[in-house]
Design a protein around this ligand. Structure first.
Ligand code: CU
Ligand code: CU
Length: 330
């Protein structure tokens, strides 16, 4: 059922050295893929071929709604596969296709960019870059493309990465807030996580991304300081799941707590669990931030087991939860 053709086997992609005086452009694109099934998630990788670290400061997407449903860009220590193109669908239960199935990264995934629908190119704030190559844990860049439907012609969706060897004064990082858990049939449920920041750090969040599957209604992230909750961002996860600008300019530092909630509704006749397929659910809140200097958050994943094992109030003693938290304003 899942078969697809690789029309152009190898483009010989490599880390480009096209220097226009300022930025180097590196293309990371599918090598002419022609899916002939629905919902195919494919990955292709490029080695960050630089002894010196590079700083990625912007992303230009090449895709159209007609072919690609979404694209996600990850930095990896090692890609999930050595193949030119592999099947990296988290939501795919059916393994019957001509591509090897493997994760996006076999080690160290870090999300850096997300494209969906008409998302424009993303340039990081001035002086901010993702540090890759050199001694960093990002040695490969991997793009995942979600093909919704069969295509009539080979597809070359992907991204151009804009980078510079010039050290940037501010480093970009991503923190992930994520839960496990389950939602009973015909109920609503709040999937919650919260973490105390105990590292010496000053994070400046500038973008966020939410991810759930179809039961998600509202996903929000907050900073809690002295019992006061300040919104980082809140979104309907059924909207395109790209990075959006944060809703408040704030700093997160040692002593603060960060918290995220996914409000979900299950109208089905079955319980739904957090898991890896499209029939399962997920609760993710990604926060992209910058720091002055060189030190990103070491422990960048904030995980809770989720409902019914974990709720803010009972498990973390958090109160003062904003009353409008499950409402979509603006
Ligand atoms: Cu998609
Ligand atoms: Cu998912």
């Amino acid at each position: 059922m899942y078969t697809a053709l690789v029309a152009v086997a190898l483009l010989g992609a490599c880390w480009a050295r096209i220097d226009d005086g300022q930025l180097e452009d590196t293309e990371l694109r599918m090598p002419g893929i022609q899916p002939n099934s629905d919902d195919l998630y494919l990955c292709t990788a490029i080695k960050v071929d630089s002894q010196e670290p590079h700083y990625i400061v912007g992303f230009t997407p090449h895709g159209s709604m007609k072919t690609a449903h979404h694209m996600l860009l990850y930095g990896c220590l090692l890609p999930g596969s050595q193949k030119k193109v592999w099947n990296c669908g988290e939501m795919q239960a059916d393994k019957k296709n001509s591509f090897e199935s493997a994760p996006v990264c076999s080690d160290g995934p870090q999300i850096m960019y997300a494209w969906a629908r008409d998302a424009p190119e993303l340039n990081l704030p001035d002086g901010v870059g993702f540090k890759v190559g050199g001694e960093t844990s990002v040695q490969y860049m991997v793009v995942q493309v979600h093909y919704m439907h069969p295509l009539e012609a080979p597809d070359f969706s992907g991204l151009t990465l804009h980078s510079t060897p010039q050290p940037q004064p501010r480093l970009a990082g991503v923190m992930l807030m994520v839960t496990g858990g389950k939602i009973g049939k015909h109920t609503t449920e709040d999937f919650e996580t919260a973490c105390y920041i105990d590292e010496n750090i000053k994070m400046h969040p500038f973008a966020y991304r939410t991810h759930t599957h179809k039961h998600g209604k509202v996903v929000s992230g907050y900073r809690i300081r002295d019992g006061e909750w300040t919104l980082i961002g809140k979104k309907d996860p059924q909207l395109p799941q790209m990075f959006y600008n944060v809703q408040n300019d704030l700093i997160i530092e040692k002593g603060d707590t960060v918290a995220a909630r996914c409000h979900m509704k299950n109208d089905e006749d079955r319980d739904v669990y957090i898991g890896a397929t499209g029939a399962d659910e997920m609760c993710n809140f990604y926060m992209m931030y910058w720091v002055d200097g060189d030190d990103l958050l070491q422990d960048s994943t904030c995980f809770s087991p989720g409902p019914p094992y974990y709720h803010w109030k009972e498990s973390a003693g958090l109160d003062n939860v904003p009353e409008d938290i499950n409402e979509l304003g603006n």
